[in-house]
Structure formats: structure tokens, C-alpha cells
Ligand binder design. Structure first.
Ligand code: VAH
Length: 313
């Protein structure tokens, strides 16, 4: 069976559906912290699971003969800065536990998301290379950098087939904005449809690497379905979709809502965004397993504005 940890999160809620569509809902176990998430997963098995309860997680893995784990639970960048030690403990202890379970039970594959947050203020900002100096200054980024080291270690030392992607900011309409620094680009669509003025917590010229959720799902499944020998990078692959500024996304929306208004009120999250790249070079992912994005900013805005009004949370 395939275990999805953090299935009710932004990535999890869409990836779990895709996994069920491919493998069948009877092979997928969606887990999340809250019982309230059960109603989102009527198409597969659902279990309440706090990944910090390792005894319960191990019992589930053994009982259900789990052979693949998608470990998507984490504290994101902005929230992580409010609760540093909690974020470090959750992000790291849970990954180490999953890697240990994969080793002990000889699992087929593990997926764990990394992020452009592994890059720091002295990383080259334009077309950030796969290999470069990385001195992240957020707890989230530090945990992702350390996590990448552990993934590569478990692959090299124990042969655990763990795979990872350095996601840019993920934008989708099927989940509400979360604790991410890039979540302004999720929230802006809710505000324009609510007929409200948008207050953006980043400067108008803050360019960040971003990706529309369907592209993130495609990249994840392409990586996980690639033959093991073509997955040459076992820390985490750079992955790029598009880069845009708050001004760019605002202007892509004006085409549909000419009277939409925005104001810029940068807060602490501006410092996080300033430490991240403007754009990322994902030539390794393209070369090793044929990565190519489908969505640019205008296509994303069109798709979200068409679908968000009918989506029920
Ligand atoms: C965050 N959405 O903002 C996440 C992501 C690159 C950003 O890691 O923390």
C-alpha cells in the first residue's frame, strides 16, 4: 500500500487524488492530523495520524504492509519562523522516522519534498544552479537542507530509494492559503473573487520561482515513475515552472477583473522571500527524467479564475 503523510495539506490533497486515480483508492492510505479531513478522502482509505506518534505510525505501516511513503507533512517557512524548535523537530524527526521505516521494512520508494528554501542570501539568485552554496536562514530552509543530506545518506548507505524535488512556491485553487511565504499568490485569487482589495505581504517587485499545482503533481509522478537508475540526484532536484512578481500576477488578473485593486504591505515574510532565488535552473531534472512544465502565469490565472468559483472547500 501507499501511505500519504500530511494528505490534507496543499500538495497532499491533490497528490493523494492523483495517486488513487493511478493505483486505485484501495491501495492508498491518506493520513492527516485531524479527523475533520476524513470527508476529503472518500475515494481512498483515511486514518488519523500525527506523524510525531511514531509508535502508531509504525503499527499502521506494519498492519497495512506499506511499501511506499509520500511524506508531505511539514511546518512551512513563515510558520516555522514563529515556532522554530517545533518546526525543526517536526520536520526532521518525522523524516528520519520515515527513512528508518523504509530501511527496516525494505520499502520500494519514498517521496519527500524539498524546496527552493534550501537556498540562502548568498546563493546565486538568477538561474540558481543544482549545485551551489546554500546557507538558508529560515528554520524551514535549514530543515530542508538537512533533510536532503539525510535522504542522500539513506540512499547511499542503505539503498533506500528516496526521491525529492526542490519545489518552487506551489499555487493551486484546491486548498486555502497556508503558512508559506509564497501563499500570497494563492490568496490573491480568493480576494479578487470576493471583490476585495488585496493587501500583499511582499513588495511588488519581489520575483520568486513559482509553479502551478498540476505541474507540481506531474513532476512528482514523473520522478517517482522514472527508472531508479535515471534518478541520479538523491539529495533533491531543482525544479522550475515560472517566476513572477506580485505585480506580474496582479496584472495577469487585471485582464479578467479590470477594477481589482492591490496594495503592498511587506512584512517579515519579505525577508524570507529576499533570501530565496528569483529563478532556478532545472536542467538536471530535464536531462535525467524528461521534466518540462506546461503552465505559465497567464495559463494559470485563466485556469484558477475559471475553476475556483465552483470549488467547494
Ligand atoms: C513556503 N510554499 O512558502 C512554501 C515553499 C518555496 C516556498 O517552500 O514556505
Amino acid at each position: 500500500k501507499i501511505l500519504v503523510i500530511g494528505a490534507a495539506g496543499q500538495l497532499g490533497s491533490e497528490l493523494t487524488k492523483s495517486l488513487s486515480d493511478i493505483y486505485g483508492g484501495d491501495r492508498v492510505i491518506a493520513t492527516d492530523l485531524n479527523e475533520s479531513a476524513r470527508s476529503k478522502f472518500d475515494y481512498c482509505q483515511f486514518e488519523v495520524l500525527d506523524i510525531m506518534d511514531q509508535a502508531k505510525a509504525k503499527e499502521l505501516i506494519q498492519k497495512e504492509n506499506v511499501k511506499q511513503v509520500y511524506h508531505l507533512a511539514a511546518v512551512l517557512s513563515a510558520t516555522g519562523e514563529q515556532k522554530p524548535l517545533f518546526a525543526w523537530n517536526l520536520n526532521m524527526d518525522s523524516l528520519l522516522f520515515v527513512l528508518e521505516m523504509a530501511r527496516e521494512f525494505k520499502m520500494e520508494k519514498v517521496y519527500w519534498p524539498s524546496s527552493i528554501a534550501v537556498f540562502g542570501p548568498n546563493t546565486p539568485k538568477i538561474n540558481t544552479p543544482q549545485y551551489c552554496v546554500k546557507e538558508p536562514n529560515t528554520v524551514y530552509g535549514i530543515s530542508k537542507q538537512a533533510g536532503e543530506r539525510w535522504c542522500e545518506y539513506y540512499f547511499q548507505k542503505y539503498g533506500v530509494d528516496v526521491r525529492s524535488l526542490r519545489y518552487p512556491g506551489l499555487i493551486g485553487y484546491k486548498s486555502l492559503p497556508g503558512g508559506g511565504t509564497t501563499d500570497y499568490a494563492v490568496d490573491i485569487y480568493h480576494k479578487v473573487l470576493a471583490g476585495e482589495k488585496f493587501s500583499c505581504f511582499l513588495r511588488e517587485d519581489s520575483s520568486l520561482p513559482m509553479m502551478y499545482m498540476p505541474d507540481a503533481i506531474k513532476a512528482t509522478l514523473d520522478l517517482m515513475h522514472a527508472p531508479a537508475e535515471s534518478v541520479k540526484i538523491r539529495s533533491s532536484y531543482n525544479l522550475a515552472g515560472m517566476s513572477f512578481t506580485p505585480k506580474d500576477i496582479y496584472e495577469s488578473i487585471l485582464k479578467y477583473h479590470p477594477s481589482f485593486e492591490i496594495e503592498y504591505n511587506p512584512d517579515f515574510r519579505q525577508g524570507i522571500a529576499d533570501s530565496w532565488p528569483d529563478s532556478v535552473d532545472d536542467s538536471c531534472a530535464r536531462a535525467d527524467w524528461g521534466w518540462k512544465p506546461d503552465f505559465g502565469l497567464d495559463e494559470m490565472t485563466k485556469d484558477i479564475l475559471e475553476n475556483l468559483p465552483n470549488y467547494s472547500f
